[in-house]
Ligand binder design. Structure first.
Ligand SMILES: Cc1ncc(COP(=O)(O)O)c(C=O)c1O
Length: 401
């Protein structure tokens, strides 16, 4: 009998892949991109990036959006900027979702903060107010991940953070377009990050965004994205900084005000972002429709843990997590999907505290049983807007008992 690894390997070339295309409407987008490159003189960050930021901020309903080179850097820059601003200080304890992506928590370690992993609920895969309440009195901040288009009671989480003076920020890299009530995920906090890596809701090949309504944080983000200089700030902000530091015009362009790096995107990414923005509703809507069909199919099968997302107006994810009740069932369903030529993978990266990098740098052996169970018994397959009816039917069929 073939092992799971062998059948995964053999089917790799004929698979229903997790990532179906580089962009939505790929052919037209690539043609437009080729024309743009041929005709555009400036390809470093310029007006296309600025236009993408403005339309993203407007669509998300936030005052500011800062475009960067990827979602990981968006996470890093947000934390760095909060430290530059004095909101977080070295040694502060910052909560995060145990079930997340490594570059969500790595910046906390890199920047001398103390990460505190919070377990998820099995019916939402997200941190709940109940789980948060076990840790909240120790925390200065919470970097909450909205996992795979889902959320728990995020209004309750926000209320708890307000009550305890905990600064809430969201990693929304997996949840563009999902809504609780009439509020988009990414709008429950001081600031939120997004990823535009291929396969995420909207792709700019690589790319990330940080949104906020806070003018001061926005200035720190803009400086932190590019060397710590003031060149991308408003004339008023430049004037304020230059007179504060007593810098004359000769030195102004080469004065560096805070800790930074170079996290800029290119005009190529900005241009792609502008081609994809008009598809936002279509992309989110189709993923939400697919999610509804997957949910209906899985709800008839008691081999899986069921989700309770009734509080969510829109659930739009880029892949569908399935958590089996036992490890044996997980083996059975993973094999079934692999045999049908459907690419699957673990659910994000499991319990972060079990990852080698975390164990190397953080002394934390506390149990997070639900995140462990998601890792041990889970898998996910793709949800993208260009799946055919036939493909959706195949995937729903595989979810049957
Ligand atoms: C929750 C979360 N945060 C951050 C990232 C990093 O985004 P990027 O791949 O654009 O670096 C990801 C990537 O998938 C993610 O899932």
């Amino acid at each position: 009998m073939q092992t799971l690894n062998q059948s995964l390997q053999e089917k790799a070339n004929q698979m229903l892949k997790l990532i179906k295309s580089s962009f939505y409407n790929e052919k037209e987008t690539k043609q437009a991109l080729a024309d743009f490159i041929l005709n555009e003189e400036i390809l470093s960050m310029n007006k296309e990036c600025a236009r993408f930021e403005a339309s993203f901020a407007a669509k998300q309903g936030r005052k500011h959006a800062v475009y960067v080179s990827n979602g990981s850097v968006a996470d890093f820059l947000l934390v760095q900027s909060l430290m530059n601003q004095g909101v977080f200080k070295k040694g502060d304890k910052i909560g995060f979702s145990a079930l997340t992506w490594p570059t969500n928590v790595m910046p906390l370690i890199q920047l001398g903060l103390i990460p505190v992993a919070i377990d998820c609920e099995l019916d939402t895969l997200n941190v709940s107010p109940q789980k948060l309440s076990e840790y909240i009195s120790d925390l200065k901040g919470l970097f909450l991940t909205n996992v795979l288009g889902f959320s728990d009671d995020i209004s309750g989480i926000r209320a708890l953070c307000e009550q305890y003076g905990v600064v809430l920020i969201e990693d929304n890299c997996e949840s563009l377009g999902s809504k609780v009530g009439d509020t988009l995920l990414g709008n429950f906090s001081l600031a939120a990050t997004f990823s535009f890596f291929v396969g995420h809701h909207m792709s700019t090949i690589e790319g990330g965004m940080i949104v906020t309504d806070d003018d001061e944080l926005h200035e720190y983000l803009v400086m932190g994205r590019a060397h710590g200089w003031d060149r991308n700030l408003s004339p008023d902000a430049q004037q304020r900084l230059r007179s504060g530091a007593k810098v004359d015009d000769f030195y102004a362009k080469y004065t560096f005000y805070d800790i930074a790096s170079n996290f800029r995107p290119t005009e190529i990414n900005g241009f792609i972002g502008n081609t994809q923005m008009p598809y936002w509703d279509e992309i989110v809507g189709k993923r939400a429709d697919n999610f509804r069909k997957y949910s209906e199919a899985m709800s008839a099968n008691q081999d899986f843990y069921q989700y309770d997302l009734s509080h969510m107006e829109i659930v739009s994810n880029f892949s569908m997590p399935i958590i089996c009740k036992t490890p044996e069932l997980a083996t059975l369903y993973r094999q079934r999907f692999a045999d049908a030529g459907v690419e699957i993978r673990p659910v994000i990266a499991g319990n972060m505290t079990k990852q080698p990098f975390y164990q190397k740098y953080v002394d934390d052996r506390e149990a997070r049983p639900n995140s462990d169970l998601v890792h041990a018994n889970g898998f996910y397959f793709g949800n993208n807007p260009e799946l055919t009816d036939e493909e959706i039917a195949l995937l729903c069929g595989l979810l049957g008992k």
